[in-house]
Design a protein around this ligand. Structure first.
Ligand code: FES
Length: 501
């Protein structure tokens, strides 16, 4: 299950592993679109940059996004005005609109062939109970000095009741874009190392040190661009964010092409856009979101999307299926800026809330300006050390509940024999010899046993029956069935046990 982007090009996403100590002006931890864009801006103005990533370049969220470049982030502006005031809401909107222009400028200046195209963006509803929300949101956006429009019809293949249109937004192929940036970075003298896990950072004398298993990187500045920050101390991001999983299918619907990028307002979420693939246009349908690690049956996640498309295009052919994880902040605003008040010259960008194409560019610009020690007009909006009162009480309550439930190990009373009852392809938490174990039996009957305790901060993991992974409900770390860590903030693998049947 890999994304259409991964399948659309011979992507140069692997570089050498770091095998010696190196130094740079700026060490960027994480080679997703945010880390790579930051490296691009800094290397272009003469900073010596080193980028390190535990996996491949842009191998996780960037490779699996739907890549809509828009300032229309669902129904956010009325919420921002109510919770943070009009000035902040306006700054948030204009920062994201500026990001669209910035990305276009990079694509044009560097001649990056990444299928960039201008498209209008719509938030729509076909639920009569949501119409009022759409109308109020449109009024809120207009009150910020932005000309969005209320419309009653779109090019979607079904009737809608109301939609808000943002004109002149954009879309692209994110991996082709990142590939273009990589060429610029290496031409500018920047270095990229992949398959290199960073375990810690610290300060020694006047330098910052980034520690990998055997080597270190000395630098004046560090940018933590690792999706969910894996360093717990000082920043405390684990108290402020959780992760959400969503699903995408790429569908061939023949010549039934329509313009625009779309998302609806209520559950289940559906998002639509077209993408170029092998000389044709295919429809990307995203949605079916849920909190990562939620204890639920996930086997129908792709089917929800497929059923929806087939209502309008019964002959639609699904080409690819994939899923992704996004960091969600409790106040719906990304964290961009100083990692902590207690760590000088360490910066972070995280919590892009599923809108990472524009947010990553906003973050790269703010952090580049911070390193250059020049003011950025949007930095206060995204201040990463903020302690706003959380107005989004639903999300806060949800996070606390999940964390508490998971830290206190549930008292499951499953007899030892139940491990024998697991069907092939099934996984479960079992009580075994007075201990709790995570067991998975593969299709051939081989059993894999792990300690189902997250190596980030010790929450009890849940079994993901779609992806065959152990997922953490607290902050969204994920592990494959052998215990290998595949999503941060955890960086260590699970303990595993041998088991004899
Ligand atoms: Fe934080 Fe699991 S991801 S405890």
């Amino acid at each position: 299950m890999s994304s259409i982007w991964i399948n659309s090009l011979n992507y140069e996403n692997s570089f050498e592993r770091l095998t010696k100590n190196v130094s740079a002006d700026v060490c960027i931890i994480g080679a997703g679109i945010f880390g790579i864009t930051t490296a691009y801006y800094l290397s272009k103005i003469g900073y010596k940059v080193v980028v390190v990533d535990r996996g491949k370049v842009a191998g996780k969220t960037t490779a699996n996004t739907t890549a809509k470049i828009t300032g229309q982030h669902g129904l956010i502006y009325r919420y921002l005005i109510d919770s943070q005031g009009k000035d902040l809401a306006k700054q948030y909107l204009f920062a994201n609109e500026k990001a669209i222009k910035n990305i276009k400028e990079i694509v044009d200046d560097e001649r990056i062939n990444c299928d960039f195209e201008i498209q209008d963006s719509y938030v729509y509803t076909n639920d009569s109970k949501e119409v009022e929300n759409i109308i109020l949101e449109n009024e809120a956006v207009n009150s910020l000095g932005y000309n969005s429009q209320l419309v009653d019809s779109t090019e979607l293949p079904f009737k809608i009741l109301k939609a808000i249109k943002f004109s002149n937004q954009a879309q692209f192929n994110p991996l082709k874009y990142v590939n273009g940036l990589i060429k610029c970075i290496t031409n500018n003298g920047g270095k990229i190392y992949t398959d290199t896990i960073v375990y810690d950072i610290n300060e020694e004398k006047d330098e910052l040190i980034t520690h990998t298993k055997y080597n270190k990187i000395n630098s004046k500045y560090i940018v933590i661009a690792s999706h969910y920050p894996f360093i717990n101390k000082l920043g405390y991001y684990f108290l402020k964010m959780y992760q959400s999983t969503s699903y995408v299918i790429a569908v061939d619907i023949g010549d039934n092409i329509f313009n625009g990028m779309y998302i609806n307002t209520n559950s289940p979420i559906f998002s639509y856009r077209f993408a170029n693939f092998e000389d044709k246009k295919v429809l990307l349908v995203g949605g079916a979101d849920h909190k990562t690690g939620e204890d639920m049956d996930l086997t129908g996640s792709y089917q929800i999307l497929e059923d929806e498309v087939k209502r309008y295009y019964p002959k639609a052919k699904v080409l690819y299926r994939w899923n992704t994880e996004d960091c969600i902040t409790l106040d719906k605003i990304p964290y961009i800026g100083e990692f902590s008040n207690f760590m000088k010259n360490v910066f972070v960008g995280t919590g892009f809330n599923k809108w990472g194409m524009t947010s990553s560019n906003v973050a790269a610009n703010i952090i580049t300006d911070k390193i250059r020690e020049i003011p950025n007009e949007y930095e206060d909006v995204f201040k990463s050390t903020r302690l706003h009162a959380i107005k989004n009480s639903d999300e806060f309550g949800n996070m606390i509940k999940e964390t508490t439930n998971s830290l206190v190990l549930n008292k499951l009373k499953i007899p030892k024999e139940d491990i024998m009852k697991l069907r092939n392809g099934e996984g479960s938490i079992l009580e075994y010899d007075n201990d709790r174990v995570g067991a998975y039996k593969d299709e051939s009957g081989k059993v894999y046993i792990v300690k189902p305790i997250c190596t980030h901060l010790g929450c009890l993991l849940t079994w993901n029956n779609l992806e065959k992974t152990w997922d953490c409900p607290c902050h969204g770390s994920r592990f494959d069935y052998t215990g290998k860590n595949i999503y941060n903030p955890a960086i260590k693998d699970l303990e595993n046990y041998t088991f004899e049947i």
